[in-house]
Design a protein around this ligand. Structure first.
Ligand code: CA
Length: 67
């Protein structure tokens, strides 16, 4: 997922359909917090697999939707 097209509008990639479920990290380090510098979302193990926003230049294992 990403908000690269419109900041704070999180969409699936590449369809750009809006995300219907978001589960951001809240405690300790509320997300998303990276603004225009962090436009890709990830589940972060250290935050019990809640979502964080990170730069799209980082490498993560993709999660794909089964057709
Ligand atoms: Ca962003």
């Amino acid at each position: 997922m990403r908000d690269e097209v419109t900041e704070d509008l999180w969409t699936h990639f590449p369809s750009e359909t809006p995300m219907t479920f978001l589960d951001w990290v809240i405690a300790d380090n509320p997300q998303p917090n990276g603004g225009n510098q962090s436009n890709c979302g990830a589940y972060w193990e250290a935050y019990d697999y809640h979502m964080v926003d990170e730069p799209c230049s980082l490498n993560f294992t993709p999660i794909c939707e089964k057709p």
